[in-house]
Design a protein around this ligand. Structure first.
Ligand SMILES: Nc1ncnc2c1ncn2[C@@H]1O[C@H](COP(=O)(O)OP(=O)(O)O)[C@@H](O)[C@H]1O
Ligand SMILES: [Mg+2]
Length: 351
């Protein structure tokens, strides 16, 4: 995929009274044409500031922003206005105009497009169909649910046929089910219209659901960057690990052990281990094979395996029961198969 957005050495500093805020500190990031790229971080990390630099809604203090090879920071106001039409944006609180109907909101960006009234009508209807809101043309924003409002905002953002859609916490004000539907819509726009989507979020679920690559931000810096599968399978930065923990059931095991939940404490001779799948080709029925090969009973206590970026990821917590040496061999075998093996509790030498 070709590079579409190229941010180089972006610095953004705010002067808040006597205090200087370094919101973005020297970030370089390249986003490819056609991908869904996620930026995750806690509140205040600098995500919105960075993404507003992509359309120069906020001008970087220094650094360059190239879209399709054109450096936006060098353009005249008129040329910048034209370039900006290639970039749509949606927000957490939708930012609709309350006094205009759904139709009026979506038609608004088309007022200087040179299209005739009839062409605008057709285009708005097409957009409303695309977001599944054809029947709400004459409704006012106050008559819509949150998810419907965001659909209107998406249709409006698409009015000028952008190549890029920036989504700044677009699902953060929505319930989980509506969030899922909006994310599926973004995925559809990406797939069917080829729009490059930049998704800002503080929720790892969102990244897992639709992104192909992700940047993790903290204190104005990108602390981790990679394809979503590798980042989930092998997170490097403590912040990334803590974000991933929020999406996995496996982390519950520590609490369960602390709470002495029945069944999670190994009996004498048994070993409690956490297995994590870290590569895309773990398809072999590993647990069954290990049980047979080493004559063990393997009890699955917890399992959390999901499909991320098209491949299974996650793991299981199991109790291994059998001969001590065979248990050791089974553990080595699983490590050889590139499964992460963490012994949580070993009761083989306990009497
Ligand atoms: N217009 C502004 N004036 C002063 N400080 C700002 C402004 N916008 C953002 N900041 C500060 O920059 C930092 C990053 O903010 P922001 O980009 O909104 O983070 P995020 O979107 O990750 O929550 C924060 O400390 C925030 O207070
Ligand atoms: Mg923000």
């Amino acid at each position: 995929m070709a590079d579409l957005i190229e941010m180089t050495d972006i610095v953004k500093t705010f002067q808040a009274g006597a205090k200087q805020v370094d919101a973005v500190k020297n970030v370089s990031l390249t986003i490819k044409d056609g991908e869904i790229f996620g930026i995750i971080g806690f509140s205040g990390a600098g995500k919105s500031t960075l993404v507003r630099c992509i359309n120069l809604l906020g001008r970087p203090t220094s650094g360059s922003v190239k879209i399709d090879g054109t450096d936006l920071t060098q353009l005249s106001p008129k040329d910048l206005r034209a370039e900006r039409k290639k970039i749509g944006m949606i927000f957490q609180h939708f930012n609709l105009m309350p006094s205009r109907t759904v139709f009026g909101n979506v038609a608004f960006p088309l007022k200087d497009s040179g299209l005739s009234k009839e062409e605008i009508r057709q285009k708005v209807r097409r957009l409303l169909e695309l977001v599944d809101l054809a029947d709400k043309e004459n409704a006012y924003p106050s008559e819509l649910s949150g998810g419907q409002k965001q659909r209107v905002a998406i249709a409006r953002a698409l009015a000028n046929d952008p190549k890029i859609l920036l989504s700044d916490e677009a699902t953060s004000a929505l319930d989980p089910q509506t969030t899922g539907a909006i994310l599926q819509l973004l995925k559809k726009l990406n797939r069917e219209l080829g729009i490059t989507v930049v998704v800002i979020t503080h929720e790892m679920e969102v990244i897992k659901e639709i992104c192909q690559r992700v940047a993790v931000m903290e204190n104005g810096e990108v602390v981790e960057l990679g394809d979503v599968f590798s980042v989930f399978a092998n997170p490097q930065h403590p912040l990334t690990r803590s974000f991933i923990r929020t999406t996995s059931n496996l982390s519950k095991i520590d609490q369960m052990i602390a709470d002495h939940v029945p069944g999670v404490t190994p009996e004498i001779g048994e070993v409690l281990v956490k297995l994590s799948y870290r590569q895309k080709d773990v398809s072999e029925p590993l647990i069954a094979t290990a049980a047979r090969k080493f004559d063990l009973d393997i009890n699955i206590i917890l399992a959390d395996v999901e499909i991320v970026a098209g491949a299974p990821i996650g793991g299981t917590v199991v109790i291994l029961h059998g001969e001590s040496e065979q248990i050791s061999r089974a553990i080595s075998y699983m490590k050889e198969k590139n499964v992460g093996v963490e012994v949580i509790s070993d009761a083989r030498n306990r009497y």
